[in-house]
Write a protein of this length. Structure first.
Length: 392
């Protein structure tokens, strides 16, 4: 009885084991069958049309197309020096008032500070004296001229009066110009309450106060700047152009650039200066763009990525979309196909990159078909196949 029970148990174990073994084999078979939908060999991937559609893989034919040639350089936003003013008094004195602060917007002619100066008082006094002398000499000359016309006075007296008027006029004009040099305008001289020892320092341009050194109570020095005013309605973008590219760059050439602070926004400018000297250390030539800056969105010292559009016309070359290229084992590759199912990773050499297109200088010929979209999926399958092939 025990012998029959043992035999029955053995038969049951075999049956169960066989079932489990069958299910295991069947499972591996299904898994293997599923894997056959995408096959990867060294350097090659096979993907059925249906799976290509599901994964966004698209095939295109290589062809020549006009490619706008550009030179890619890095740059830096800088102040437009043509719109910068260092403001200092033209006369020594003590600062009695400061009207603006750092960062303030100012307009041309706006008062920035007031200077007390005894020297200014002396200059104004000389001006007023020469003005009186000029008026007197002019009146005297007109009187003598009238007497000469009536033959009451000799012409010699008229000539002498005219000579004196010329001398006095020159003295008056010199004193007037000296006041203008100090910063006193003709309108200031007409003011009843104009203080002879107070000079108003004004901004010569519209702009922003970027530097302020004026402090009430300190002495001003004509050789030292009290304020720096910068007009940021336009800025410069300074770039270094490689020596080999300098022949392709001319004044007036268009350029586009981006800055990190404005991602995705392309800005435009034109080359307004190209240096005549090559930097001995870097073998680059300095150039600059002049760029409109509405709203002052560009700030000095920002880094910029610049594309200089070559002055020559666009040329036809074999070019592909940037997304079609993949990096495989340190090489740029395209997935080329002859039957739209089997893809081979072809190493290629690239040239210029512009407007989302990359010039292919070798590795792809006109008429060949390649994966223009979904190449990243093909790369993933290729690498996955290599990993599975390396598995023990």
């Amino acid at each position: 009885m025990n012998r029959y029970a043992i035999i029955a148990g053995v038969l049951l174990s075999v049956a169960l084991g066989g079932g489990l073994l069958y299910r295991s084999i069947s499972s591996r078979g299904l898994e293997k069958k599923g894997l056959q939908e995408v096959q990867a060999k060294p350097g090659k991937v096979t993907m059925p049309i249906k799976m290509q559609a599901e994964n966004g893989v698209a095939v295109a034919t290589a062809k020549k197309q006009p490619l706008r040639m550009v030179i890619n350089v890095t740059g830096k936003v800088a102040v437009n020096a043509d719109g910068m003013a260092h403001v200092s008094p033209h006369i020594q004195g003590k600062i009695s008032a400061v009207k603006v602060s750092l960062g303030d917007s100012v307009s041309g002619g706006q008062p920035l500070a007031v200077i007390e100066s005894a020297e200014l008082g002396d200059a104004l006094s000389r001006y007023l004296q020469s003005k009186s002398k000029f008026a007197l000499a002019q009146s005297s000359m007109e009187r003598i001229k009238s007497l000469v016309e009536k033959k009451i006075a000799a012409r010699k007296e008229l000539l002498q009066a005219e000579s004196e008027l010329t001398i006095v006029r020159s003295e008056f004009q010199a004193n007037k110009e000296r006041l203008a040099l100090y910063g006193v305008s003709p309108s200031d001289l007409t003011k009843v309450n104009f203080k002879t020892t107070h000079l108003v320092v004004r901004s010569p341009i519209n702009g922003i106060i970027t530097e302020k050194h004026a402090v009430v109570g300190e002495l001003s020095d004509p050789s030292k700047s009290l304020f720096t005013v910068v007009d940021l309605s336009s800025v410069w973008v300074l770039v270094d152009i490689n020596e080999k590219d300098i022949s392709k760059v001319v004044k007036g050439q268009a350029a586009v650039f981006t800055v990190a602070a404005l991602p995705g926004k392309e800005l435009e400018g034109r080359i307004t200066y190209i240096a005549d000297m090559v930097d001995e250390a870097t073998h680059t030539v300095k150039a600059r763009l002049t760029v409109a800056n509405p709203g002052r969105i560009l700030k000095p010292e920002m880094f910029a990525t610049v594309q200089l559009v070559e002055s020559s016309q666009a040329v036809s070359v074999i070019a592909v979309a940037e997304e079609a290229l993949q990096d495989v084992d340190g090489k740029k590759v395209l997935f080329v196909t002859k039957n739209s199912i089997d893809f081979s990773a072809h190493p290629v050499s690239v040239g210029r990159i512009t407007d989302g297109l990359v010039e292919i200088t070798s590795g792809l010929i006109e008429g060949e078909r390649y994966a223009v979209k979904g190449s990243f999926i093909l790369k993933s399958e290729l690498k996955k196949g290599e990993l599975e092939g390396d598995a023990p």
